[in-house]
Design a protein around this ligand. Structure first.
Ligand SMILES: Nc1ncnc2c1ncn2[C@@H]1O[C@H](COP(=O)(O)OP(=O)(O)OP(=O)(O)O)[C@@H](O)[C@H]1O
Length: 299
């Protein structure tokens, strides 16, 4: 089972798996089963067919911009995320652990915001809440003017699927699928019409600099390249917010710098806002804003 799935489960209340975790694990299993039934030759044939198709004229993209239109009052605020006095406690044994202790933050559209802090300070707990994977014990989180903390599980699932992309330290790619198929999968899951997949997958992989590696499978790619596939996968459905948990942690400094360059690029070309956690002091300088967390509070 992949690390990101375990992490989401860990952060859910003990007896309650998050809906995303259940859905994603189900899809992973189905896909793995489907792929395992196919022989390598058949997979190669799929790649060849896709490559042949690429020679055809690209279709117009018409994905969902209208569906994601921002209400006028939210545009004027310039704020995509607004966090007010958020606390999070978890039941542990007979007592509870107080992980977030009054978090306030504001993330503006188009910013690259970093959460830095030592292991265990609460960064991932907060990031999961910003993405609607978990709920504050008390406090408010407004995403594009919508109170995430008041939405039902179903509504948060839809909002995540349509408007938020996730990137994890461990890439979270399906190992038997090519880069192309991994990215296409996220469009499929987001309900984007199939006729739009080809142009969008190609665009996203080119955007992250993998135009020449589209049909490689993860084990044929370097760590940095795999993370770039994960980025292409996360932005394919045109999310407004990209949340990245330690996206450079497994990479050397050069590959880490490449990932940050890709982030800067997609902020401009895809109009996305990025909020990420990091331990790495060398990449902080590219952030528009850095929040430093110590023991559940910003200092
Ligand atoms: N579901 C949970 N139940 C109990 N404790 C939890 C739960 N989730 C997180 N914690 C605790 O909250 C604290 C903060 O964890 P978190 O993963 O947010 O830290 P972090 O800053 O992201 O650390 P790292 O950089 O190592 O990922 C840790 O002590 C962790 O054990």
């Amino acid at each position: 089972m992949m690390r990101w799935f375990r992490k989401e489960v860990k952060l859910a209340d003990s007896d309650k798996l998050t809906d995303r975790a259940i859905v994603d694990d189900g899809v992973n299993q189905q896909l793995q089963e489907g792929v395992e039934e196919q022989q390598p030759d058949e997979l190669n044939q799929m790649d060849v067919e896709l490559q042949t198709e690429l020679g055809m004229a690209d279709q117009e993209l018409s994905v969902t911009e209208e569906a994601y239109a921002v209400p006028e009052h939210v545009k004027e605020q310039g704020s995509i995320l607004s966090v007010k006095e958020v606390h999070r406690t978890f039941p542990v044994g007979g007592g509870e652990i107080h992980v977030l202790k009054g978090i306030n933050m504001e993330v503006l559209h188009g910013q690259l915001v970093m959460l830095k802090g030592r292991s265990g300070s609460g960064k991932t707990t907060l990031l999961n809440m910003l993405g609607g994977l978990d709920q504050p014990t008390t406090g408010e989180i407004l995403f594009r003017g919508q109170p995430l903390h008041e939405l039902s599980d179903d509504k948060r699932t839809v909002l995540r699927r349509d408007q938020i992309g996730f990137i994890f330290q461990a890439y979270a790619l399906l190992p038997l699928l090519s880069a192309w198929e991994n990215v296409e999968l996220s469009l499929r899951m987001a309900g984007v019409p199939p006729q739009e997949w080809k142009a969008r997958v190609k665009h996203c992989l080119e955007l992250v600099g993998l135009g020449k590696r589209m049909f490689h499978r993860p084990f044929e790619l370097s760590g940095g390249e795999q993370q770039r596939v994960a980025i292409a996968k996360a932005i394919a459905h045109r999310p407004k917010l990209l949340l990245a948990d330690e996206p450079t942690a497994n990479l050397d400094s050069q590959m880490g710098a490449q990932i940050m360059a890709v982030f800067k690029n997609i902020i401009h070309t895809e109009q996305v806002t990025i909020c990420m956690t990091t331990h790495d002091p060398t990449i902080l300088e590219v952030a528009d804003h850095v929040y430093e967390m110590v023991d559940g509070v910003f200092i």
